[in-house]
Design a protein. Structure first.
Length: 317
């Protein structure tokens, strides 16, 4: 993916309990009901043991009471057997997600950045970019698409313009570093532009707009996923030819929260349709066509073989 960020010149609530579906490695299935913890019951034994140890350690370290940590450890075995649905405090969920990425090879900084980003997305009400992405990211690591320990590096700079090579790092790490660079350059010269290449899925773009606004900056963020993730049909078409190519803009305000605009250039982000599929719900009309080009409200049509396509922003012609 390629990102372009610019700067000219909040924190989310952390007291809610959220329901989430923890991902599982290759060969495992979602239970389709959404916002749930799923077990590692069918994972390879060595993988299951390693993750369980990490989860138990994370629960012990988290800033909850001893009783909560003990209950969390016992809940793991119960969930692994019964696929139960439970509600967990975000502080505990952050530790669990960090532990998963740490076990996959990420260092503390990278695991923390990605875990915080995903949990914050769920707390902001965007499950499409929340912890449901953990399985996707683990698969990307296993397939060699993401290097969990990679550090992005600057490969070119001219005044306020910088090119950052993500070196196959997590998108959240590369995009966050790029925004930090843009903020610093904008403070020096009044305006800056940073491009990012060669990184994984960046998550919710609004988080980076918020990052800039917290520094007193106006930002414009664009993603061109031309190299992968084609799931959108052009106007009047039926085949996938475009990516969702989202945009985000942000500006500081005098109030407690910045002004943030974050949207896909399609009728919905792919992750939103994935979330509908997990919950077993129908899509709103005008979002999707099936492989034959007929209007569909079935989210599974997007993931069929052959698959359907998301309609572009504006809906059907």
């Amino acid at each position: 993916m390629c990102y372009w960020l610019s700067c000219f010149c909040g924190s989310w609530p952390n007291t809610y309990c959220v329901k989430h579906l923890l991902p599982r490695s290759a060969g495992l299935e979602w239970d389709g009901r959404g916002h749930q913890f799923a077990a590692f019951a069918r994972a390879p034994r060595a993988f299951r043991k390693r993750v369980k140890n990490r989860v138990c350690a994370a629960a012990t370290r988290c800033r909850e009471s001893i009783e909560t940590a003990t209950q969390a450890r016992s809940n793991y075995s119960t969930l692994a057997r019964k696929h139960r649905v439970d509600t967990y405090p975000p502080v505990w969920l952050r530790e669990v997600v960090r532990a998963i990425f740490s076990s996959a090879g990420a260092g503390p900084r990278h695991a923390g950045i990605v875990a915080d980003h995903l949990v914050d997305a769920d707390l902001a009400g965007h499950a499409s970019h929340g912890v449901l992405r953990v399985s996707q990211y683990i698969s990307a690591i296993e397939n060699g698409e993401v290097e969990p320990a990679a550090e992005p590096k600057i490969v070119d700079r001219h005044g306020g313009v910088t090119v950052l090579d993500g070196c196959s790092a997590f998108g959240q790490v590369a995009a966050g570093d790029a925004m930090d660079i843009a903020i610093g350059l904008a403070r020096e010269g009044g305006i800056a532009a940073v491009t990012v290449r060669n990184c994984g899925h960046s998550g919710r773009l609004g988080a980076y707009a918020q990052q800039a606004a917290s520094a007193g900056m106006i930002s414009l963020i664009m993603v061109n996923a031309g190299g992968g993730g084609q799931s959108v049909t052009p106007f009047g078409g039926r085949a996938r030819r475009l990516a969702t190519n989202p945009l985000a803009m942000g500006a500081p305000t005098d109030g407690a929260f910045p002004l943030v605009l974050d949207f896909a250039t399609s009728m919905a982000p792919e992750g939103k349709i994935r979330d509908y599929a997990r919950r077993g719900e129908r899509l709103p009309e005008g979002w999707l066509v099936d492989a034959a080009g007929a209007p569909s409200t079935r989210p599974d049509d997007l993931y069929a073989d052959p698959g359907g396509a998301i309609l572009p922003l504006g809906g059907p012609v």
